[in-house]
Each structure stands twice: as C-alpha cells, then as structure tokens.
Write a protein that binds this ligand. Structure first.
Ligand code: SAH
Ligand code: SF4
Ligand code: F3S
Length: 467
C-alpha cells in the first residue's frame, strides 16, 4: 500500500528559493524569458498546467502561446487512449525544428504519459532533443529540474514511481478569469480494467478540507463565478483522511460560502455516488444542477469485465433518485464501445440505456488498449469495422437526443453566466454548460443574468435578456 506523503513546507520553500535563483539567472543575462505550456487530456491536467505556469512565472518567465521562440516548452501529456499519445509523439518530434531555430530552447515533457515507463524510455532513447521528463508525482519539483537543465545542460529524468504525494501552496496562474479548477484529491483506487490512470497517478489521496475551503474562498473573493472541484472519483473524497468528512459534507460546506457563484464537480463514480450527495445538491442553489456520471456500458457482463462494480439497474436507480430530487437535472456521461469481447447484442444494451436516460451530452470513446491494464490482455474478436459501426450508431443516437433536448429550450427562460463578447452579441453558458448568445452590454460579462431562449443552432442557443 502506498503512503500519502504531504510534501514538507521546507521542501516547497526550497523550490521557491530555486525559482528566485532562476529569475536572477535570467536578470543577469538581461533577458526576459518566455515559456509555452501545452496541455493534453482532462481538466486534472489543465489544473496541473496552471501550477506549472505558476512556477514558471515565479522563475521570471512570461507566457507565450507558441513553441516558436519559447525559452522553455512544457508538454503536459495524457495517456488515456492511443490517439492522445500519438499526438504527443508527433508534436514532440516537430520540436526538433523549433529548437534548432532558437538556441537554448529547453523542452520538458510531463503528465500521465510520462508515468508509463515505456513512454519515458522512448523519449530518453529516441527524442534526444527533450531536456527533461517528469511524471505527475514530481510536478512540485519542476523548478529544481529546470535549474539543473539550465545550469548543466544535461538531460534530467524524474520518473520514479514515488508514493503518492500532496503539495500545497504551489503558485497558480489561471487561464480563465471566471472559471476555476480546484483539485480536491489526486489519484484513483478503482482500477477499471481498461484504464491507465491508477498506474500513472497513483493511489487516491485527499487534500485537507481547510485547504480546499481556503482556496475556494479566495477564488470567490477574486471574482471567480464557476468553480469546478476535480478528482478522478470525487465520491471517495476524505476516505483516506479519517476525519469523518465525505464528499457530500465538503460540498455542503462550500455551498454555504458567501458570494455569487456556481459550484460543480467531476467525476463521480456510480458505485460511490450517494443519495446524500444528491440531497445536498438539491438543497443548495449555488450547486449547479449538472451531474457527470459515466456509465461506460449498459450491459452487466461488460460492466463486470470492466470492473465497474455496479449494474445497469443500480445505475438507473441512481439517475432516477437524482431526478426525483432535482427535476430538470442536466446529466452527462462517458461511454466506451468495443470493449474486448463486447458483442453486438451487448452493445444494444448501451443504446437502450442511452435512450432510457436521455443524456444532455455524451463523451463517446472507442476502446483503446493500454499496456499494463488487465483489459489489454483480454481476447478481442470484434473487428475494427464492427467497432466503428457501433460507434457511429452510438453517436447518431445521442445526436438525435441532444437535438431534441436542445430544441426544447426554445421558449424557456434560463439563468446564464455571461462570459465574453463575439461581435454584436454576448456569449454565456447555462448551468449545464450550454452556449447561449444574446444581445447585451459589456458590463454584464461576469454576472448571472436571465435570458429567454428564442432560437437555436446545432451547437448553441439564441436568446434575449429577460426582465
Ligand atoms: N475518472 C473518471 C474518468 C477518467 S478518463 C471516471 O471514472 O469516470 C475519462 C474517460 O475516458 C472514461 O470515463 C472512459 O470513458 C474513457 N476511457 C478511459 N480509458 C479508456 C480506454 N482505454 N479506451 C477508451 N476510453 C477510455
Ligand atoms: Fe480510470 Fe476507473 Fe479510475 Fe475513472 S474510476 S480514473 S475510469 S480507473
Ligand atoms: Fe489523460 Fe491523465 Fe487525465 S491520462 S485523461 S490526463 S488523468
């Protein structure tokens, strides 16, 4: 069993001191260095990239949005599917040229892909223009790694699979002025048989509630309006802390903070979602009535092989309860087609489940074997064509449902958070994340307003300010 280690204050201070030294290093050269951070994968990685930017800023770097001419490039990678990895390898390959054009450019790779020994090895042997590699466990040590590369010119690899840690107080540069991510826990204990995440991000560990409350309070004070709590399975929050506080309790506390904001969270594992959680959601107006509840498959045999530990019946019961206490609850989900051994008949159970639940949106994936996971060893007789055919049917089914739900907004009045301008209209999002365009003045940006929906296009709604 891995232990959770809270990185000691002294160690983090040492990293801060290194940031100061790097800043001085550049000042002595009379250069203001710039950095480019590119993120692949999920919100968890987005949140990590904001901390990488925070550390870079402390080291004196300004941010740029292109590889060209950057003094430091960090690719924060994802390992969830083969496609994600191929994109990374392709993009890293291309950096040979940008590096040639900008002497002294330093290239780092980090994130989940670097948590896999074989991927880190491949970078070491075949991508020699990469200066440094670190996996998610070593993120907090980035300043130290950067300094080593700058001072010695030698390549660094921090890829040991350490016991899971938690580092508090790393500086953060947020990408958005209204929406913020807050990681409440790291890692995953579930070992769904297809998934690489537990291998690359280690075991579940929760941040202490007071640290989370402090961060959310600060965000609200800074004017953030849409705050998402992040974890691979937020419903097991607190189990490792032994404080008698579960995720529903944490949410309950946060939703009582003063201010005008929406609170949301992801992801929930159906086996751990509780009625108590739905009740807390229903009770607080500040908790967005949106729930992302991945089901992965509608067939019980496949669910068992996936090691998901719930049945489609239990899943539907949960959805029904949620809707009974929150009519109009926005439901979204993830689903995988072509899991090893899935038959056409079993796939039809997935279609049936989608038609029963009628999701607002679905994230659909074709199964991708991940080295080292149990599913990658399972016999997989279905052909690529079989899988593509199922995938197309899945997407068609959901598109039809999405369109019907989308149209049904016309004539209703919804609360939206105005977040920007596009020509002569403002852009905004509903509680469930739908894009709404309407005419209004710039001073509405950053506030919640009521909008009457008058029309829709395929991907967005059109409305007008309601009195
Ligand atoms: N922790 C979250 C999801 C993390 S990954 C959860 O349990 O819901 C996001 C989604 O990617 C998963 O829900 C799953 O649908 C998909 N996914 C994960 N591994 C995959 C694989 N090997 N092939 C295809 N899709 C995968
Ligand atoms: Fe992967 Fe399952 Fe953990 Fe989600 S809960 S990260 S799908 S192992
Ligand atoms: Fe990818 Fe890691 Fe997220 S594998 S989906 S970036 S947790």
């Amino acid at each position: 069993m891995e232990r959770t280690t809270v990185i000691a204050e002294a160690q983090l201070q040492a990293q801060k001191e290194i940031c100061r030294q790097i800043k001085e290093y550049w000042q002595e050269k009379g250069i203001v260095p710039c950095a480019f951070v590119d993120t692949y994968g999920c919100q968890q990685n987005e949140a990590d990239s904001e901390r990488i930017r925070g550390m870079l800023q402390d080291c004196g770097y300004t941010m740029t949005d292109t590889e060209e001419g950057a003094d430091c490039i960090v690719l924060n990678t994802c390992a969830i599917r083969e496609h994600a990895e191929q994109r990374v390898f392709g993009n890293v390959g291309a950096l040979v040229h940008t590096k040639r054009r900008h002497e002294g450019q330093k290239i780092f790779l980090c994130g989940c892909m670097m948590g896999q020994e074989h991927a880190a090895k491949k970078i070491k042997s075949s991508y020699t223009h990469v200066d440094g590699v670190f996996n998610p466990h070593h993120l907090w040590r980035f300043p130290e790694l950067l300094q080593q590369v700058l001072l010695t010119g030698k390549r660094v690899f921090a890829v040991e699979n350490e016991a899971g840690n938690i580092a508090e107080g790393i500086p953060v540069v947020r990408q958005n002025k209204l929406k913020a991510w807050v990681s409440i826990m790291y890692g995953c204990n579930n070992f769904c048989s297809y998934c690489i995440v537990p291998y690359v991000r280690g075991r579940e560990r929760s941040r202490r509630p007071e640290e989370i409350i402090k961060e959310v309070r600060e965000l609200i004070a800074q004017g953030y309006k849409d705050i998402t709590l992040l974890g691979q399975n937020v419903n097991s929050y607190g189990k490792d802390l032994g404080l008698g506080i579960d995720f529903a309790d944490l949410l309950d506390t946060l939703a009582q903070l003063e201010g005008d904001f929406w609170l949301r969270f992801m992801t929930s594992h159906p086996k751990d979602a509780t009625k108590k959680l739905f009740d807390v959601m229903a009770k607080h107006p500040k908790i967005a009535k949106q729930f992302h509840l991945p089901f992965q498959s509608g067939n019980d045999r496949v669910l068992k092989e996936m090691n998901r530990r719930y049945t489609s019946g239990q899943y539907l019961e949960l959805v029904n309860y949620g809707r009974s206490v929150m009519p109009g609850l926005i439901l979204t989900s993830d689903v995988i087609v072509g899991f090893p051994g899935e038959t056409d008949e079993e796939f039809e159970d997935t279609i049936r489940l989608i038609e029963t639940v009628r999701y607002d949106a679905l994230f659909t994936f074709i199964y991708s074997p991940r080295k080292g996971t149990p599913a990658a060893e399972m016999p997989d007789p279905a052909t690529k064509q079989d899988k593509n055919r199922r995938f197309d049917k899945l997407v068609d089914t959901q598109n039809r449902i999405s369109e019907q739900i989308h149209r049904s907004y016309i004539g209703t009045t919804v609360t939206v958070l105005a977040d920007g301008r596009e020509g002569d209209v403002l852009t905004s999002r509903t509680e469930g994340g739908r894009l709404v365009r309407f005419k209004g003045s710039d001073d509405l940006i950053g506030s919640f307003v009521k909008v009457r929906i008058t029309d829709c296009t395929t991907w967005s709604l059109v409305g007008e300010l309601a009195e």
